[in-house]
Design a protein around this ligand. Structure first.
Ligand SMILES: [Zn+2]
Length: 137
């Protein structure tokens, strides 16, 4: 799953979780679940990084940096850092279960464009919610 949709699904999970602790756990689970959905990936690391960070920053700006949605989003995107950073690889394999177990991360299926649109819709809804709430009060 592309990074921005990992961020978005983690934000959604964090919102539903209601607390930071549960948001952290559900965010990690959302990443594992997202990797199991057959999906296209984006080859551009720059696009992945910029779009993921933009989503995270937008949510932090709209909801506050410690909002469960932001905690969930950070937790759900953190596992993919091991694709970029040099982390230990016990037995030559990556750390996070969905990267470690062969066949978990599945390619093909959900087009990248659909994932980008879905991520954008989630960011819009989660960022706009508190803003509208503020205006309405
Ligand atoms: Zn992953």
């Amino acid at each position: 799953m592309i990074v921005s949709l990992h961020v978005a699904s983690g934000a959604l999970a964090g919102t539903l979780a209601g607390s930071r602790g549960r948001a952290l756990a559900l965010g990690l689970l959302a990443h594992a679940a997202g990797d199991a959905v057959p999906h296209q990936d984006v080859a551009s690391r720059a696009f992945e990084t910029v779009s993921g960070l933009a989503g995270l920053l937008l949510l932090a700006a709209a909801r506050g940096p410690l909002d469960p949605a932001v905690v969930g989003a950070a937790a759900a995107s953190a596992p993919d850092l091991e694709h970029v950073l040099r982390l230990p690889r016990p037995g030559g394999r990556k750390l996070f279960p969905s990267h470690r177990v062969p066949g978990w991360h599945r390619s093909g299926g959900l087009p990248a464009s659909v994932q980008v649109l879905a991520a954008g819709a989630v960011f819009g809804a989660l960022a706009a919610g508190p803003l509208y709430g503020r205006v309405g009060r």
